[in-house]
Write a protein that binds this ligand. Sequence first.
Ligand SMILES: *Cc1c(COP(=O)(O)O)cnc(C)c1O
Length: 433
Amino acid sequence: MSNWTPGKKSQALFAAAQKHIPGGVNSPVRAFKSVGLSPFLVQRADGPFVYDVDGNEYIDFMGSWGPLILGHNNDEIRDALVAAAANGTSFGASHAAEVQMADLIVDMMPHIEMLRLVNSGTEATMSAVRLARGATGRDKIIKFDGCYHGHADSFLINAGSGLATLGVPSSPGVPKGAAQDTLTAAFNDLASVQALFDANPGEIAAIIVEPVAGNMGCVLPNKGFLEGLRTLCTKEGALLIFDEVITGFRVAKGGARERFGVEADLTTLGKIIGGGMPVGAFGGKREFMKLMAPEGPVYQAGTLAGNPLATACGIAALTQLGAPGVYEQLEETGQQMERILREAASAAGETICVNRAGSMMGFYFQDGPVHSFSDVSKSDIAKFNALFKGLLAHGVSIAPSGYEALFVSLSHSDAVLNRARSAFMAAFARLKG
Ligand SMILES: *Cc1c(COP(=O)(O)O)cnc(C)c1O
C-alpha cells in the first residue's frame, strides 16, 4: 500500500506529456520530482475530491495551490462562467463586470482604495514593485528568505550566506543587475531588515512580504514583526507591499489587514480572487495607484486583463465569501484539520510542528518552533516524502513538497474530514514500518 505509483493511464499520459512539454508539466512542482515520484493526471474534480484518469479518488488538501477556498467545481462559479461565456470570451475593452469586481474587492478590503486587475499573481507582484520604484525613484527592494512572489526576475533570489549580503540569482537567466537590487532578510527578524536599511540609505523602494508565509509551509508573523516593518517603511520612506496572493480572502475576509491590524501601502492579490481562473490584482493607496498609466507615468498593461470570464468567476467567488459565518466555518475546519495532524502524528509516535492561520497550515517533521526559512530547513524531508506517498495510497492528496501549505475549503465537511483522519492515521503509522 505504501509503495504508491501512478496508474497506467497517468503513466502513459505523463510519458506523452514529456515529449512536447519540458518535464511534462506547465509548472515545475506538478512533476512530483521533489517527492521522487511521477504524478497522477487529473480527470476532474468536485468539492473536496480530485479524480485521476485512472479512476482513483483523492481527498484534496491542495486546492489548486490555494485558489479553491470554496472547493472544486463550485456551482455558483461554474454557473457564472457559463453565463458569461454566452456573451463572448474577451473584449479587449472595458465592461461592467470589471467595475463590479473592483468595487467588491474595495468593499471587503477598504485599505485598497484603487486597484488594477492582471492575469496572475506574478504580474501583480511585478507591477506592484514597479509602482513602488516609480513612486520612490529608488531601485532596491527587500524580500524575505523563503517567501515566494512569483517568477519575475527580481524575486528569484537566494538569501546567500549572510543576511545582509546582496542577492544572488537562484535561476540561470536572471541578470545579475536584477538580483543585485533585491536584498534578502530573514522572516520574523526585524534586525536583519534594519541592517539592510542601514547599509543602503535612501536606496530601498519597498519591502515585499507574505504577511503569513505560505510558500515554506505556513509561517506566521511573530507579534510585532509586521508592525515593525510598517514602522521601518514609514521612517525610511519606503513602501510596504503585502503579497496577499495566498492570504487575501484566506486568513480573513479582509486579509492580513483585518487579521493583524497592519496596513500596507500596496497589496497584491491572486489565487482566490479568480475562483480558479487566471486572475491577479494589485492595489492600495490612491496616491500611489494614481501614478499608474494612463493617469500617471508608470506603465503596465494586459491584453486579457479584466477578462469577462475571469471577472465573472471572481465575482461569484467573492460574493460567496462575503456571506456571514464563512470565515468562522473556515476557522473551525482549519482547527479540525490541525487536530487530525497532531493526533495522527502523536498516535504514531512522530514529532511534528504545526503552524496554522485559519484554513491554511503547514506541518514539519521536527520539534519547532518554526519562525523562519532556516527553521523550516531543519525538517525531515525524507519523512515528509514517505508520508506523502502513504497519503496517496490511502486516498489523500496534499501538495507534493514539504515546503508547501495545506489548505482546507468550505467543501471539507465533517464526513470528509473523518475519512481524511483515517488516512492520516494510517499514513503516519506506516512511517515506522
Ligand atoms: C502563487 C503566488 C504568487 C504567484 O502567483 P501566480 O499566479 O502563480 O503567478 C505570488 N505570490 C504568492 C505569495 C504566491 O503564493
